[in-house]
Each structure stands twice: as C-alpha cells, then as structure tokens.
Design a binder for this molecule. Sequence first.
Ligand SMILES: *Cc1c(COP(=O)(O)O)cnc(C)c1O
Length: 407
Amino acid sequence: MKTETRLLRAEPASDAGFASLAVPVTRASTIVFPTSDAFERRYEQFYDGYTYGLYGTPTSRTLEARISELYAAEHCLCLPSGQSATVLALSALLKAGDRVLVAASAYGSTRTFCTDMLAAFGVEVVLYDPTIASGIGALIDDRTRVVVVESPGSNTMEIQDIPTIVQAAHALGARVLADNTWASALHCNPLDLGADMVMEALSKHAGGHADVLIGALVTRNEALFRRMKDVSRLMGLGVSADDASLALRGLQTMPLRMEREGVSALTLAHWLIGRPEIARVLHPALPGDPGHHLWKRDFRGASGLFSVELAVPYQNSTSSFVDALRIFRIGASWGSTHSIVTPQVPFRSNGGPGSTSRKLIRFSIGLEPVEDLQADIEAALAVLSAGTTHSVRKHAVDQRELQKEER
Ligand SMILES: *Cc1c(COP(=O)(O)O)cnc(C)c1O
C-alpha cells in the first residue's frame, strides 16, 4: 500500500484506558458498514442507531438522551435551531385542508411561519387569545390537527392554562405542541401537563453562552417521534456534533445559571414596579401578575426573562433609555451569561386577538451581580427622566417665548 493510501486509512489510536469526563465530539457525514448486507439494512437502525452523520452521531444522541431524561420522556430529536424544530413539527403534522391554532403571544417566527408559509400551503391558521383556557374548544373543529401553546408568551409573558387547553384539544382529536423555551425542563414540564410534544430552543438556557443554535423536540409518543425523525431526513435537518457538545457542556451549569438569573430577575422586577418611569412589569412570578396563579400551579421556578412597559410620558424615549444602558447589551435572544436588552418588542402586532401598537422593552438577565444591573438600569432611567424634564421645561420656555411675542 502506498503512503497516500495508508494516510487515508489511518486508524485512530486505541482509547483503552482513556476515561475522560468530557463527551467526545464525533464528526461524520459518511458512516461505514462492515458488509453490503449491513448497508442495505441500515434503515432498520435509523431511529436509534447510526446510518449517516445527518441522522445522528454519538454526540447528538448523548444530548438527545440528556434532554429526554430531563423531561422524563423516551424520545428527543435535536435540530439545528429552535425555529427549525417548530417548522419540522408543524410541517410533519399538518397538510392542506387542516387547521392549526396558534397562541397570538407565541414567538414571532412561529406565528409568521404559520401565517405566511403554512397558509400558502392550504393550512387554515387561527391566532387565539393565549388566556382563552377552555374557550379554545369553540375554535377546534374536525379539521384541527394541532394547537400550539407557548407559556409564558415570548414578550408579553401570558401564562396559558395548558392542562385545560390539552383537555379540550384531546377531546376533539387535536395534538398540543408546547414551546417550553422560557421555562426549560427545569422549571416546567408540559408533557406532565398533557402536551403531546415539547419544543425547547436549546440555543437559550441550555447553550447558555450565546454561541450555539439547537432546538429539541421531546415526546413520550413513539409514533410521533418516528414521524418527526422521518420528516427530518426528508427536510435534511440534523445537528453538528460540535454544537451538540456545546449544548452538553451548557447543561452542566444550566441549573446554577438559571437559579441565579431567576433570583436577579425577580429582584429587578420587584424594584422596577416601584419606579415612576415604569408603567408595568410583565413577569409571571410577580404576585400581581394576571397569570401568577397558573404559574404557581404549573411551574417550579422562573427564568431570567421579563418585559417592562414604560410610563406614558417616556414611551417615545425608549431608545434614549436603552442606549444609556452600559452593562446590558442590545440584541435578540436570551438565556446567555450576558444580560441582554431587546428594545421595542411589539406588545402584540400580529392582527390576532389583543393586537395593539404598544411596545415593550425585554430584559434577559445574565450572571452579572444584580447590584451592577440595578445601577445600570437606574442610571439609564435617570437619563430618561432628565430628558423628559428637559423637554417639558423646553416646552414651557417655548410657550413663554410665544406668549411674549404675542403680547
Ligand atoms: C429563540 C426562540 C425560538 C427559536 O429558537 P432559535 O434556536 O433561535 O431558532 C423559539 N421559541 C422561543 C420561545 C424562543 O425564545
């Protein structure tokens, strides 16, 4: 055998005696088989074995096993992003002529995928009021295949009565898909509340460092899992071993990070309620929140994401406030070690129930000491009231000048 061929056929060194705490990163597109017969029968092991890198590697299977365990479920399928997981689930369950119900408070791209793409493929899309509870029954007809819940809503934080919605949906033969990204498996398990499948964007709390994108679909129903897996192959969706290993690393510290972020977020939320610049703090763990009783019943904890609405005199000065923040960085996404502020998220602008042009500011609390975060917000609020005082004064001066001229 020539040198070139020998290099191409190099066998890895033996791993006997190598016991690392880290999950190995196993990259592959091609997976080789010992015989042509084994290759021809490869799809027998499609769901839990290895056939092609896109359909799973030991690293991605390890991640799927961890996530399944967190949800006390048998099946998990990881996908390249939370959005691709939602798209896969809905595409696999719906066809032309069906109807899907989507919470009007759901993640923006979930709603838009339904209203733009699914609608174009002949699926009837109904956006419903997230606080509808048993009223959902009136929207479910015999063409309704799926009800999408997301609790709390991405920006507006309404808690949904998942058990009641599940009961109504199942009574009429519809399945419930729950986006559980805010809570993660640590704070809520929608499968225990009756949902058929959970979607969690592992890009958020599990990844935890704003540097990886992965989504997970989790279910206790084997037929549903197999359907997802089949469609993931047809859509060409799989996760890289490198990304899966980052998510596995993130999971190790997720409980500690989420505990810290939750405590800091609640401290800030309570403090912000008392500030005159703030009209409303939207956080389901606050006793005054409209969804608080449901949150207490169905959740074990709160994550670090919440929104505020500025008081009326300051509503046009959102950018001065956000731009004055120094520790909070401006951007989308959440669940990272860094605190993030998302300016001007629409309260509800989707034409669904409760649509309004009101805007919110969303905070994702990171691991910085809460004193630093509070000081940062306090300084930015001072800019806000200084700006308004200035413009109020300027307005008064202008008025006086005008009156003088008139005299
Ligand atoms: C971020 C997010 C998604 C999408 O996840 P990506 O991994 O960014 O695609 C879906 N739902 C919710 C609630 C999210 O916050």
